[in-house]
Design a protein around this ligand. Structure first.
Ligand code: UDX
Length: 477
C-alpha cells in the first residue's frame, strides 16, 4: 500500500464488464484522493477478464490498488451455457457471499488491524455484503451501476406486483402507463419494464431483484454513476430510501477532469477490461465527418443469426458507413460467416468496418461518427450522452429497457427501437438519425453533453458529490 495510514476501501464489483468498469473508475478516483483501495474480484474475472493480454500492464495502470480475488471457481456448465440468468445470478451471489465472509475473517484476524477496512463499496446486486459487514461493524456503501431511474423502478417491483401492474402478459396491455412509481407516471409504459416483469410473478429473476433491492435499502449510502442535471428529480425520490445519495457521473468524465489536481488526468481507455482493436480508428480517420453509424451491443447481449442479418441488411440499406463491434459470442451459433449473403459482404468491404472489441469512448468522440446504434446499457448510454452522440436504442435485458425509454422520451437524445429489429425499421431509424432530420435530438444531445461536462468540472454537481464521498469516507471512525 502506498499510504498505510489512509482509510482503506474494500470494493466488491459484480463480476461482469459493465459493473467492473465503473467500479475501477471509482477506485481510481479514490486512490488519486489518497485513499487506499482493494478491489476484490472473482478468481475467474481476476484471471480471465482483467488479464487478457498483459497482466502487468493492466495492473501498472492502477498504482496504489490492491487486486485480490475470491476463489469461487466456475459456475456449473449448464449455468454458463444455458439461458438461465437467474440461476447464474443466484449461484454467483451465493458463492461470493461465502468467500467474502471468509475473506473478511482472514483479513481481520491475520492483519491485527494495521490496515482495517474503513468501509466497503459493493455493487448493488452484491447486497449480501450488508449482512456480513454488519457482523464486522464495517459500513457498506452500495454502488448501483444502473442510472437513478432504473434504480428507482427496481425499488418498486414489490409495489408493481401488489398493484397488479406486473406481470404484463398480454400484448394489448403493453402501452398502458405505469402509475405506481412516483415521478414516472407520464413516462413509463409497461412495455418499458425489464423482460422479467413480463413473465409471471414467481419468475426467478423478478424474485432475485426484489430480494436484492429490499436488502440494499440497509446500506449506509447509495452511489450512482449519473449526474444531477440529468436525473435530479428521481435522485430526490431516492432520498426517501437513502439519506445520502452520491451522484458522481459520468465517472469516465470525472476521471478525465481528475478530482485531485496534483494527479495527471487519466485516459479512460485505461479502464477497459478487454483488449481493444484500435485499427478502427484508422478506418474512421478516412471517413467523412458525422457520416458513420457506430454499432455495439455491449458485453452481455446476444443476437440470433436472424437478428444479425436483419441488422446487417438494415445498416447496408441505410446507405451510411458503419463501424460494428461483433464480439466473440455475440451471435448464437457461430456459423454466420459462411451464411452471410454476398451482397452484405461486398457492402461491408466497401463501407463497413467490423471489430471484436473497440475503444468505444474514443470512437464516440471521433469526428466521423454521427450516431450510435446500441443496446442502451447504462455505461454506453452515459458515454453517448457525454460525447453528444444521438442514439438508437435496442434494449434486450434488465435496465436497458428503462434506459431506452429515458433516451427516447425523457431526455430526447435518441430513438427508442425496442421490441423490433426488422431490416426496414433498422434502415428507417438509421436514416432518421443520420440524415439530420432530427434537429430536436441533436440539440438535446448537445445540451446534455454540455451539462455532463459542467457536472464533472470543478464546482460542478458530480465533482462536488465525489469530494463529499471522499470526505465522508475519511471521516468514518
Ligand atoms: C451490463 C448490462 O448489459 C447493462 O444493462 C448495465 O447497465 C450494465 O451492465 P454491458 O452489456 O456491458 O452492461 O453494457 P454497458 O453498460 O453499455 O457497458 C459496456 C462497456 O463496454 C462500455 O463502458 C463501453 O465503453 C465498453 N465497450 C463496449 C468497449 O470498451 N468496447 C467495445 O467495443 C464495446
Amino acid at each position: 500500500m502506498e499510504n498505510p495510514q489512509a482509510p482503506h476501501v474494500l470494493m466488491l464489483p459484480f463480476p461482469a464488464v459493465g459493473h467492473i468498469k465503473p467500479m475501477l473508475m471509482l477506485g481510481k478516483l479514490l486512490c488519486q484522493a489518497g485513499l487506499s483501495v482493494t478491489l476484490l474480484n472473482t478468481d475467474q474475472n481476476h484471471n480471465n477478464i482483467l488479464n487478457p493480454i498483459d497482466q502487468s500492464s493492466f495492473y501498472s495502470r492502477y498504482p496504489g490498488f490492491q487486486f485480490k480475488s475470491l476463489a469461487v471457481g466456475l459456475p456449473p456448465e449448464h449455468l454458463r451455457t444455458g439461458p438461465v440468468v437467474a440461476e447464474l445470478l443466484y449461484w454467483i451471489t451465493s458463492a461470493c457471499s461465502t468467500k467474502f465472509k471468509e475473506y473478511l475473517m482472514v483479513e481481520e484476524n491475520e492483519k491485527g488491524q494495521p490496515e482495517p477496512v474503513t468501509c466497503i463499496i459493493a455493487d448493488g446486486i452484491m447486497s449480501f455484503t450488508i449482512d456480513i459487514a454488519e457482523e464486522f461493524h464495517i459500513p457498506v456503501i452500495t454502488f448501483r451501476t444502473y442510472n437513478s431511474t432504473s434504480t428507482w423502478v427496481y425499488f418498486h417491483l414489490h409495489q408493481l406486483l401488489q398493484n397488479g401492474e406486473i406481470p404484463v402478459q398480454r400484448d394489448e396491455d403493453m402501452d398502458q402507463q405505469i402509475t405506481s412509481i412516483p415521478g414516472l407516471e407520464t413516462i413509463l409504459r409497461r412495455r418499458d419494464l425489464p423482460p422479467f416483469c413480463k413473465l409471471d410473478s414467481t419468475d426467478h429473476l423478478l424474485q432475485f431483484y426484489m430480494g436484492q433491492t429490499s436488502k440494499m435499502k440497509r446500506a449506509s449510502a447509495l452511489i450512482l454513476n449519473t449526474f444531477e442535471e440529468l436525473e435530479g428529480p428521481i435522485v430526490s425520490h431516492l432520498h426517501s430510501i437513502f439519506p445520502t445519495v452520491y451522484t458522481i457521473g459520468p465517472l469516465h468524465g470525472l476521471l478525465q477532469s481528475h478530482i485531485n489536481h496534483n494527479a495527471p488526468p487519466s485516459d479512460s481507455s485505461e479502464t477497459s477490461v478487454r483488449p481493444q482493436d484500435r485499427t478502427c480508428i484508422r478506418w474512421l480517420d478516412s471517413q467523412p465527418s458525422k457520416s458513420v453509424v457506430y454499432v455495439s451491443f455491449g458485453s452481455v447481449v446476444v443476437l440470433t443469426q436472424d437478428q444479425l442479418l436483419e441488422f446487417w441488411h438494415g445498416l447496408v440499406n441505410s446507405g451510411s458507413p458503419f463501424l460494428w463491434v461483433i464480439r466473440p459470442g455475440l451471435v448464437l451459433a457461430e456459423n454466420n460467416v459462411a451464411e452471410t449473403p454476398s451482397e452484405l459482404t461486398i457492402a461491408t468491404n466497401e463501407r463497413g468496418c467490423i471489430v471484436g472489441w473497440g475503444p468505444q469512448e474514443e470512437v464516440l468522440a471521433h469526428r466521423a461518427v454521427g450516431g450510435f446504434l446500441s443496446h442502451s446499457g447504462w455505461n454506453s448510454t452515459l458515454e453517448s450522452i457525454w460525447a453528444g452522440m444521438p442514439m438508437i436504442c435496442w434494449p434486450q435485458i434488465a435496465d436497458q429497457w428503462i434506459n431506452s425509454r429515458c433516451v427516447g422520451e425523457m431526455w430526447r437524445t435518441g430513438l427508442d427501437m425496442k421490441d423490433t429489429c426488422d431490416r426496414s425499421t433498422v434502415e428507417k431509424m438509421v436514416r432518421g438519425l443520420m440524415e439530420d432530420k432530427n434537429e430536436e435530438i441533436r440539440k438535446s444531445t448537445a445540451i446534455y453533453s454540455s451539462m455532463a461536462r459542467n457536472s464533472v468540472a470543478k464546482g460542478g454537481s458530480s465533482y462536488h458529490s465525489m469530494s463529499k464521498l471522499i470526505e465522508d469516507i475519511k471521516s468514518i471512525q
